[in-house]
Design a protein around this ligand. Sequence first.
Ligand SMILES: Nc1ncnc2c1ncn2[C@@H]1O[C@H](COP(=O)(O)OP(=O)(O)O)[C@@H](O)[C@H]1O
Ligand SMILES: [Mg+2]
Length: 332
Amino acid sequence: MEKQPLLNVKNLRTHFHTERGRVTAVDGISFQVDKGEILGVVGESGCGKSVMSQSIMRLFDEKYTAEYEGEIELSGQNMLDLPISQMQKIRGNDISMIFQDPLSSLNPVYTIGDQISESIMLHQNVTKKEAKEKAIDMLRLTGIPAPEKRVNEYPHQLSGGMQQRVMIAMALSCQPKLLIADEPTTALDVTIQSQILDLILELNEKLGMAVIFITHDLGVVSEICSRVMVMYLGQVVEETDVDSLFSKPLHPYTKGLMKSIPQLEGDRSQKLHVIEGTVPSLDNIPKGCRYADRCPFADELCKESAPELRTYDGDKKVRCWHFEKIAQHEEG
Ligand SMILES: Nc1ncnc2c1ncn2[C@@H]1O[C@H](COP(=O)(O)OP(=O)(O)O)[C@@H](O)[C@H]1O
Ligand SMILES: [Mg+2]
């Protein structure tokens, strides 16, 4: 199938005005998502994954809190040029988002049916009755048992897994072209997690919906994504296809993340490798490579000077002074 670009993010920067001054949480990110594609985004906590995804929807207040730079093109239209009223039509219509914590997005005083119907009526010209029927259909699609009963229940009457399904039903009720899923299964147990992943995959196949799937779980990435972007301290450090990510990670940070995947087979008592150190804070960004302090391969050059994101081997990208040398060293 020929690739058709859906989302094209160019040099996106998100600055926050804080008490301690201006910080840049997303610092020059560019990537593309094609129609029907599932892109994974990984990186430790605090690397800017959520800020990036909320920036795509322009969810931060632009008067007092945040400032965006760059371009976020959806089907060729730069969303950063649009008035916020226009953005509200895009949200939940062309692009939907699901978060880690479903309860924070559900309103406790309305039934789930009312909430899904409302989101349907906001975007589609249907009667209340039709919207409720659609809501039931969506709930059924997400695998909720007895949806015609569930539709009249309140969020607190549902388990965490069911709440997440309601969130997904809401997010998908308008058949978005793009779903941004920000660690949607992190809080769920393993069985529910895999059901939700299956559901997202199924909807991706059935509806051709593109997905940006944010996770710190590389196991999940291998299950559903075709391409992956690795983020570190607000920047992309590697972008590659999933097979290469697992067979030949290039950036030392990616290698570190790979080692921290829990092994399902074999000796589980073996201690998990965790990358030493922590992600630097935004008001103390290293002048050289942002990962240098934690990198086993770092030298003077890395500490002094920041590497660019370089294209490598066709369509891979990597931000490291020494990745070729490291790869040769490991092969030989
Ligand atoms: N509203 C905000 N104001 C200032 N800094 C923020 C705000 N939101 C997030 N940040 C900072 O942006 C960085 C990236 O956060 P986040 O995107 O939540 O990371 P991740 O989702 O990868 O765990 C963090 O250092 C966080 O403290
Ligand atoms: Mg996050």
